[in-house]
Ligand binder design. Structure first.
Ligand SMILES: Cc1ncc(COP(=O)(O)OP(=O)(O)O)c(N)n1
Ligand code: TZP
Ligand code: MG
Length: 207
């Protein structure tokens, strides 16, 4: 198994029934560690429905399903974990809601301090970014690959790199020590399709 693995983020909007086979094909193309369902503008009902449809697709393949932003919905719908940002539910509350066995990851932007706090509090991973320009989100910070190397040398808690990552720019992050690459557009918008993107990411992680 490669040292660095793919952390797939769903497109910002999706029709769960239509997206399910696309997601299945991407997951069947290679190694994916987890899928984050990230539906920023969806109602609670729409998120619940998306989890209901997509959770079996993900979990039946031994891939973890992580919900963005909402520990309450993640716990209520059987997700394997949740990702919280600095403006979302605080980590300690998210951990209490999710339980000790669930995955709880925390956005740390480009901050060593935020990452050390998250790690000490018991986060399962810390996420740094954005490493590259992205149209998926207006990032709050710009991170440099050296941050991943520093973290990797100092800490045990896995680190996730995010933001504008594509098969063409990912190698520097793998080489810098990222444990996971969190990718949205670089997979779903790949010119040869998502399955080809997953294969290409896997290949460069296995170099
Ligand atoms: C793996 C991962 N890292 C960072 C983020 C960003 O979280 P946040 O800062 O809360 O911003 P939104 O994604 O909620 O817009 C993430 N979702 N996943
Ligand atoms: C959620 C998030 N947080 C920082 S950048 C980003 C967007 C990730 O999507 P993409 O891989 O398309 O840049
Ligand atoms: Mg958030």
């Amino acid at each position: 198994m490669a040292d660095c693995r793919l952390y797939l983020i769903t497109p910002p909007t999706l029709d769960p029934q239509a997206f399910a086979p696309t997601l299945a094909a991407a997951l069947d193309a290679g190694d994916v560690a987890c899928v984050q369902l990230r539906l920023k503008d969806a109602s609670d009902d729409a998120v619940r429905r998306a989890v209901e449809v997509l959770r079996p697709v993900v979990q039946s393949r031994d891939v973890a399903l992580i919900l963005n932003d909402r520990p309450d919905l993640a716990a209520a719908t059987g997700c394997d974990g949740v990702h919280v940002g600095q403006d979302d539910m605080p980590f300690r509350d998210a951990r209490r809601v999710m339980g000790k066995d669930a995955i709880v990851g925390v956005t740390c932007h480009d901050s060593r301090h935020l990452a050390m706090v998250a790690g000490e509090e018991g986060a399962d991973y810390v996420a740094f970014g954005a490493f590259f320009p992205t149209s998926t989100k207006e990032p709050k910070a710009k991170a440099e690959p050296e941050l991943l190397t520093w973290w990797q040398e100092m800490m045990e808690v896995p680190c996730v790199a995010i933001g504008g990552i594509t098969v063409d720019n990912a190698a520097v992050l793998v080489d810098a020590g990222a444990d996971f690459l969190a990718v949205c557009g670089g997979v779903w918008n790949h010119p040869d399709g998502p399955a080809a993107a997953v294969k290409a990411f896997n290949a460069l992680m296995a170099r």
